[in-house]
Design a protein around this ligand. Structure first.
Ligand SMILES: [Zn+2]
Length: 190
């Protein structure tokens, strides 16, 4: 990752999310964040006969951790739909800026489908956020490495639209709430 992209990551939101993801799921999380989960490519190194490296659900010859979440098989597509619906409900419940919600679902959708993110066709107000998160990577978005601009824009939205600023609808509580929801889904999918 570029140094500038690294510096643009909202590390406090990431840390808050990690610290509240406890017990069994925490072991999953550590492996998930470091790319150590036992996927085909990794386990086949120990015994390629017993553990083939290919994806068991499609034609992918070398199953990497990204592939487990982006596999085109129908079960995985169902999981994508459930993840997006769940994020949508959660974001609505914490007064999320509709422009941020659109961008979030749109970016995530492109990453899950493996299609490139068009950089035009987003409102001017969120263009720098899109650039920043795309530089950091949308895979990193799912790993809770969010651009700093997400929380900044969310607070600006609340203030501009005169929505009461509460603990849950801005800052670390807001971002870590959504990040943990994504991780819960990834944990269940695994
Ligand atoms: Zn597959």
């Amino acid at each position: 990752m570029l140094e500038a992209a690294f510096a643009d990551i909202d590390w406090p939101s990431h840390e808050r999310s990690v610290n509240t993801f406890k017990d069994g799921p925490h072991i999953f999380l550590v492996k998930f964040l470091h790319g150590w989960l036992p996927v085909g490519k990794l386990v086949s190194r120990y015994d390629p006969v017993k553990y083939p490296s290919a994806c068991p659900s499609c034609d992918e010859p070398s199953e990497k951790s990204k592939h487990v979440l982006t596999c085109p098989n129908p079960e995985c597509r169902k999981w994508h739909a459930a993840l997006k619906t769940s994020i949508w409900h959660r974001c609505e419940s914490v007064d999320t800026d509709p422009a941020l919600l659109d961008l979030l679902l749109w970016g995530l959708n492109h990453w899950l489908q493996g299609t490139p993110i068009p950089t035009h066709r987003v409102p001017e107000r969120v263009a720098h956020l899109l650039h920043s998160q795309t530089t950091i990577g949308w895979d990193n978005f799912l790993l809770g490495r969010w651009s700093k601009h997400w929380t900044t824009l969310q607070l600006q939205y609340l203030q501009r639209d005169h929505i009461e600023v509460k603990n849950k609808n801005h800052g670390l509580s807001w971002s870590s709430n959504i990040i943990r929801l994504m991780w819960d889904h990834c944990y269940k999918e695994w």
